[in-house]
Design a protein around this ligand. Structure first.
Ligand code: SF4
Length: 86
């Protein structure tokens, strides 16, 4: 990152900006339509030969463009205690 440059592309990847709060026509919180693909807690399966396991309660990066920004990671986290699918 270029120090002091608020438009540095690497910084913009993770820096929240006020424009994110604007209402934009067509915006949806679940653009990948994953809510309907949740098979059970911690398991998303949209395609026959693919599965996504949620093994952590959050993403370590939180990219500003992430399609899963509003995904309820904490609610969908696999847990040995709850016995989810393990
Ligand atoms: S899940 Fe989203 S926030 Fe996390 S690294 Fe991938 S794109 Fe970035």
């Amino acid at each position: 990152m270029r120090k002091g440059d608020p438009d540095d592309p690497l910084l913009r990847q993770v820096l929240p900006v006020s424009q994110e709060a604007l209402r934009v026509p067509g915006f949806v919180r679940d653009p990948l339509e994953e809510d309907v693909a949740i098979q059970t807690t911690g398991l998303i399966r949209k395609y026959r030969s693919r599965a996504l396991l949620m093994v952590t309660g959050q993403c370590a990066v939180n990219c500003r463009y992430c399609f899963r920004r509003h995904f309820p990671y904490e609610d969908q986290r696999l847990s040995l205690r709850t016995g989810s699918i393990l």
